[in-house]
Design a protein around this ligand. Structure first.
Ligand SMILES: NC(=O)c1ccc[n+]([C@H]2O[C@H](COP(=O)([O-])OP(=O)(O)OC[C@H]3O[C@@H](n4cnc5c(N)ncnc54)[C@H](O)[C@@H]3O)[C@@H](O)[C@H]2O)c1
Length: 244
């Protein structure tokens, strides 16, 4: 077992990462930045939470019902830094050196060691993703994904880059045998990707990905922050993950 590390004062991210990776889930809880975390078992799968959701009356489902896939997906409105999952995805920028928005929240909650490990990564291209330890987060890992800067007018390139963020993040999760991954609404804040258009890209991507990989994960969580995003996803989920 690696030597005990104080995550508040430690300066060596490699030592801290090795220490955390050697801890049981129960032991890790002593190092969280918050006591107010949300355990995965407290988050309902869409198969149950979506019972009352209705698609817009003039729209028809784009995929057939797939209850088994709806068991692997969750929608929740929460602060992503408080989710106790294998990985949370960060809406980063190509420097990976932090910033504002959800990026700022994640770096503040994880602590200085997250920035130290990010500095060792040498940035990340748009549409790509890189993995770090979660440090003081309840999430074991952070997957830093770089979304497109859409500035309100996404074209085919930005749409493909947004899809690539999700696929790259999920590929990393499988490579590291992570079974629960929470996504924020990547690119829909400062990067200006319209929320409705982004939700269509996200839900189509997650539906197709889960059709191929459902057995390899326990849960994919869409973690929105704004009420408007919760409403958008609740109205679009029945189009991509119809329950009957
Ligand atoms: N000055 C800066 O460098 C600066 C300023 C603002 C944002 N940013 C960030 O914004 C850029 C990425 O843009 P983006 O639109 O992909 O990201 P974003 O602007 O963080 O928005 C992405 C989504 O995350 C949501 N969000 C914010 N906080 C949380 C939270 N605690 N939990 C869950 N969701 C949350 C937010 O409402 C939005 O729906 C990056 O540069 C990143 O650093 C940077």
């Amino acid at each position: 077992m690696a030597a005990k590390v104080d995550l508040v004062t430690a300066t060596d991210w490699r030592e801290a990462k090795a220490f955390l990776q050697g801890l049981s889930p129960k032991q890790r809880r002593q190092h969280y930045f918050t006591r107010d975390f949300l355990a995965l078992k407290s988050v309902e799968p869409w198969r149950r939470a979506g019972k009352g959701a209705r698609a817009p009356p003039d729209e028809t489902p784009r995929f057939p019902p797939a209850p088994a896939l709806a068991e692997k997906l969750s929608l929740l409105r929460h602060d992503i830094t408080r989710l106790e999952v294998d990985a949370i995805v960060n809406a980063a920028n190509s420097s990976l050196l932090g910033g504002g928005g959800v990026d700022g929240c994640i770096h503040r909650a994880a602590g200085e060691l997250l920035g130290a490990e990010c500095r060792s990564l040498g940035g990340c291209e748009t549409g790509g993703a890189k993995l770090t330890c979660g440090y003081r987060l309840p999430a074991r890992y952070v997957i830093h994904a770089v979304g497109p800067v859409a500035g309100g007018q996404p074209g085919p390139t930005e749409e493909a880059q947004l899809e690539s963020c999700y696929r790259s993040s999920l590929r990393l999760a499988l490579e590291h045998r992570l079974r629960s991954v929470a996504f924020p609404c990547i690119s829909t804040g400062v990067f200006g990707y319209p929320s409705e258009a982004a939700a269509d890209v996200v839900l189509r991507t997650l539906r197709l990905w889960l059709e191929e990989n459902a057995a390899k994960v326990d849960r994919i969580l869409i973690c929105v922050f704004l009420e408007k995003d919760e409403e958008i996803y609740r109205s679009k989920l029945p189009l991509y993950f119809p329950l009957a």
